[in-house]
Ligand binder design. Structure first.
Ligand SMILES: [Zn+2]
Length: 244
């Protein structure tokens, strides 16, 4: 395996991530968006596949940099964008251009949902919020939005709870990122690797936490898991240091 640049391999630099993605490609992994996975599941999944999911929690500018990394490594994924964040406006001059650029580069646009939070804060029906948000996001970027990932924010509510009593198909969606539908069910069927603890990786083997396993994506490649579900956040990565 190629040594990772920028010192320690657990450093969350963009270049370290790029090297790990290149390494994955070099050992034969094929990268898919979440929607690609639904379309290919049960038909023509690659022998080694990575479903690449990006949650854009705070920084769209870092999502642009991630797009550059993905282009260099020749991989595609799904970018989940928030609509109601106070941290960013997806329609600001710069952010709109960045998101349009990601779509033009072949990435999927997904919705990073906060509908349970909205319903509580606005006293509205979450299903109504979801339909409206899907219409707004699809119209704004002139592309169908076919997938949801639920954001974990600061309200203490869980945006995933909505899906205990609803199915993505009710809303014309292909998937929710943690759904149990046979058409997706990815978290339960894949080896899941996530940077959601910001400064270290964690992993789940077909839905079960692997205690104490903090290996990077690059370090997991030796195990040749046939299907990897990779969740990363744009905010986690940096060129020189976290606070740049
Ligand atoms: Zn999030």
């Amino acid at each position: 395996m190629t040594p990772h640049p920028n010192g320690h391999p657990t450093a969350f630099t963009f270049s370290s991530l790029e090297q790990q993605l290149r390494d994955a490609r070099a050992v034969g992994y094929e990268f898919m968006t979440c929607a690609d996975y639904v379309r290919r599941k049960g038909r023509d999944l690659p022998p080694l596949g990575v479903v690449l999911r990006v949650d854009v929690d705070v920084s769209v500018k870092r999502a642009r940099r991630l797009g550059e990394v993905f282009a260099a490594a020749d991989v595609r994924g799904t970018f989940f964008i928030r609509l109601h964040a106070h941290e960013y406006n997806p329609l600001s001059f710069e952010h709109y251009a960045i998101i349009k650029g990601l779509i033009a580069a072949g990435h999927e646009l997904g919705y990073h949902s906060e509908i349970v939070d909205q319903a509580a804060i606005w006293n509205e029906d979450p299903a109504t919020c979801l339909r409206r948000d899907l219409n707004v996001l699809s119209a704004a970027f002139d592309t169908p939005v076919r997938g949801i990932a639920s954001h974990g924010g600061g309200t203490g509510l869980n945006n995933l709870d909505f899906w205990k009593t609803h199915r993505p198909q009710e809303f014309g969606l292909l998937y929710e990122a943690y759904d149990h539908e046979p058409t997706f069910n990815l978290f339960q069927e894949a080896f899941y690797i996530s940077d959601s603890e910001w400064t270290r990786w964690k992993c789940y083997d077909r839905g079960r936490l692997v205690e104490g396993d903090r290996r990077t994506l690059g370090e997991h490649l030796a195990d040749r898991h046939p299907l990897i579900y990779l969740l990363i956040h744009s905010d986690t990565y940096f060129d020189r240091h976290f606070y740049e």
